[in-house]
Design a protein around this ligand. Structure first.
Ligand SMILES: *[C@@H]1O[C@H](CO)[C@@H](O)[C@H](O)[C@H]1NC(C)=O
Ligand SMILES: *[C@@H]1O[C@H](CO)[C@@H](O)[C@H](O)[C@H]1NC(C)=O
Ligand SMILES: *[C@@H]1O[C@H](CO)[C@@H](O)[C@H](O)[C@H]1NC(C)=O
Ligand SMILES: *[C@@H]1O[C@H](CO)[C@@H](O)[C@H](O)[C@H]1NC(C)=O
Ligand SMILES: *[C@@H]1O[C@H](CO)[C@@H](O)[C@H](O)[C@H]1NC(C)=O
Ligand SMILES: *[C@@H]1O[C@H](CO)[C@@H](O)[C@H](O)[C@H]1NC(C)=O
Length: 613
């Protein structure tokens, strides 16, 4: 009994003595790197137990690892100390990402040798935090040499990179030379192949993809993609990788529970990074990683604003309805007053020869009134003072009326017409036809929106009905040609639209243009696949490119400026068009027609009377 007790104590003492420096190293190393929780893998032995007591460590026995590892690791970010002996984990998918700091301590018997064949098989990536510690021999036995190990990407066939990190000894603690920013230090990918994917909708037949993407010819087509591709190229030069460009069908939308397009490819692991920028959508957050936003996608409904409301008449426009009613009432009142004064005149003064005013007082007073309103004169005037007062006041009133009327007409021709279609709702209520650029994000927007006005617009102007048997989806050119003709509103990407408008619209047409935003400008960002090891690296690189002004330079190359309506345009009077003028023509034609008819009828009656006699 007593014998065996001693034996155990001796054993324990022996172990503590041998591993004291080891434990100190492990504790100190993780402390210096700011790590508080440790999981240790290895065979169950007192050394690990001591480590556990020293730090808040979790102990895992080899046999437990298989079952518990995933759950244990993924609950907390941990510093992980790993024994060489545990090589059997290679087959498991251990998380060698920046959430976990791995410390690989070589078994003392392995002696100075880096286990290259083992490290080579680890699925390391650019973001791995793996350190190999090798204990010195002899005089240096209290010192550990440290090596930083990573692979640009095991999955992409990169080669292992082992960099001397520094060393640890009990006196000086950790001496770490690799204090640079990780992705700057590891910034040379040595020509590794990365799969990028891009969406191109308007590739012309005459040039190949690369020429199309890199030359700013017809820059209104696929602007977003080509702009972002230029950024991606900067990134390629920055990190020295090879850009393997694939062509995706579309961005990637959730349809029937699965993603299509580039997002689908990312989920399938074919595509690492999108060269096409993505707009932010909640369902995409779960399947991809957004990095840096550079391009702002703007789209709007563009149309030539109609000059005036349909069904309104420019001759009647200067006065409101009430004023016209009052004018008629005052006209009739004047007519009656004039008639009364004529009757009074006849009564007191009697008839004079050749005076139609006295022979036909009803029609003659009517003529006087209408002449006054129309700014004309008549030869016959009342002879008594009361009649003359009515006559004068009638003409004065008519002059004032005319003054306002003509001034308003001239004013309305000179001034810019008020724009009365300003919102989606106004547009839905207007007589304009609406078209949509045939782009997948537009289809997606109408499919997913919950805005009442937009749904209303869709139902009234876009969805199929009795009159519309085809969805009004057009290419930008077709749509804008219709816009140019007028009475057509078109939802289109502004970068595309501005180029076409600048090229094909004249000044008057540009000045008529009105924009309504269907959705707010969309920030778009370059994306990597979910949990991609390259996410932070690409973010850093893109930020560098953008903050060094490269994106501003690209803006001047790829953005088309909004066509402006010159200031002077307002002061040129708008000619009256035939449509506005037509009521006058119709009136006079009707009058001719009516009088000729009357003439014929009169003649006919006369003839009949003649025959009867
Ligand atoms: C590291 O990998 C684990 C498991 O795959 C994951 O839960 C964690 O979010 C990753 N960390 C980072 C920073 O991507
Ligand atoms: C290995 O990585 C270091 C940075 O950790 C870098 O300076 C060096 O160029 C890389 N070597 C190779 C061959 O990639
Ligand atoms: C880029 O990678 C290649 C290897 O593919 C290497 O030879 C070259 O030196 C690297 N360029 C730079 C600027 O580091
Ligand atoms: C989605 O599912 C519906 C019904 O299951 C089917 O009619 C439709 O064709 C599917 N759409 C696509 C794009 O697969
Ligand atoms: C990159 O794309 C090619 C097809 O062009 C594919 O064969 C390869 O597996 C992809 N690489 C990765 C790492 O997914
Ligand atoms: C819209 O574009 C798709 C391909 O992107 C095409 O299949 C479809 O016919 C187009 N629709 C119209 C109305 O042009």
């Amino acid at each position: 009994m007593i014998k065996s007790f001693y034996l155990i104590l001796a054993l324990v003492l022996e172990i503590i003595k041998a591993d004291e420096i080891d434990v100190r190293f492990a504790r100190n190393y993780f402390e210096e790197r700011g790590i508080r929780q440790i999981a240790a893998f290895g065979c169950w032995n007192p050394y690990v137990g001591k480590l556990m007591a020293a730090a808040r460590a979790v102990m895992l026995h080899t046999s437990l690892i298989k079952s518990n590892l995933q759950t244990l690791l993924f609950q907390n970010p941990l510093g992980v100390r790993w024994y060489y002996g545990a090589a059997q984990f290679i087959g498991d998918r251990l998380p060698f990402n920046e959430s976990y700091f791995w410390l690989l301590k070589m078994a003392d018997r392995s002696n100075e040798q880096l286990p290259l064949d083992l490290l080579d098989q680890l699925p390391l990536s650019i973001n791995a935090e793996v350190t190999v510690a090798i204990r010195g021999r002899g005089r240096d036995s209290r010192r550990y040499d440290l090596y930083d190990v990573y692979n640009p990407s095991y999955r992409h066939g990169g080669s292992l990179n082992i960099t001397k990190m520094g060393y640890w000894d009990p006196r000086g603690g950790l001496r770490n030379q690799l204090t640079q920013y990780k992705y700057k230090r590891r910034g040379d990918l040595r020509g590794m192949n990365l799969n990028f994917s891009i969406v191109v909708d308007f590739l012309p037949n005459t040039v190949d993809l690369m020429t199309y993407l890199t030359t700013p010819i017809n820059k209104h087509l696929d602007t977003m993609h080509r702009y972002n591709y230029a950024l991606t190229q900067q990134l390629r030069d920055y990190y020295n990788f090879t850009l393997n460009l694939l062509r995706g069908t579309t961005w990637g939308y959730l349809i029937n529970g699965s993603f299509n397009g580039i997002v689908g490819d990312m989920i399938n692991g074919i595509v690492d990074i999108g060269a096409t920028p993505f707009q932010f959508k909640p369902e995409r957050i779960d399947v991809m990683e957004y990095t840096v936003q550079a391009y702002m996608a703007k789209a709007a409904i563009i149309f030539r604003h109609p000059k005036r409301q349909q069904l309104s008449n420019s001759f009647l426009e200067p006065f409101s309805k009430h004023v016209w009613c009052l004018t008629i009432i005052i006209g009739i009142l004047n007519w009656i007053l004039l008639y009364i004064t004529i009757k009074v005149e006849q009564h007191f003064i009697g008839n004079a020869a050749n005076n139609t005013l006295l022979t036909q007082p009803e029609s003659e007073t009517f003529l006087i009134t209408s002449a006054a309103i129309c700014q004309q004169g008549l030869s016959d005037t009342p002879r008594i003072n009361s009649g003359r007062i009515v006559y004068t006041s009638l003409f004065l009133w008519a002059m004032l009326l005319y003054q306002f009327y003509s001034a308003s007409i001239v004013g309305s021709l000179l001034s810019e017409k008020p724009r009365f279609i300003r919102t989606i709702k106004d547009l839905a209520d207007s007589h304009l036809e609406v078209g949509i650029e045939n782009m997948s994000y537009n289809h997606d927007f109408f499919r997913t929106t919950s805005d009442k006005n937009v749904i209303d617009l869709f139902e009234r102007k876009i969805s199929l009905n009795k009159k519309r048997n085809k969805f009004p989806y057009y290419t930008a050119e077709e749509g804008l040609r219709k816009v140019q003709k007028g009475d057509f509103a078109f939802q289109v990407d502004l970068a595309t639209a501005y180029k076409i408008i600048t090229d094909t619209f004249n000044e008057d047409e540009i000045c008529d243009l009105q924009e309504i935003e269907l959705f707010a400008p969309k920030h778009t960002a370059t994306c990597t696949s979910k949990h991609s090891p390259f996410k932070k690296m690409m973010t850093y690189g893109l930020r560098q490119t953008i903050e060094h002004g490269m994106s501003r330079r690209l803006n001047t190359i790829w953005y088309e400026k909004k066509p402006v309506c010159p200031e002077s345009h307002n002061s040129t009077p708008i000619p009256v068009n035939l449509q506005d003028f037509s009521p006058a023509l119709i009136m006079i034609t009707a009058a001719y027609f009516f009088s000729i008819c009357l003439l014929l009828v009169e003649n006919l009656i006369k003839k009949i009377m003649h025959v009867k006699k």
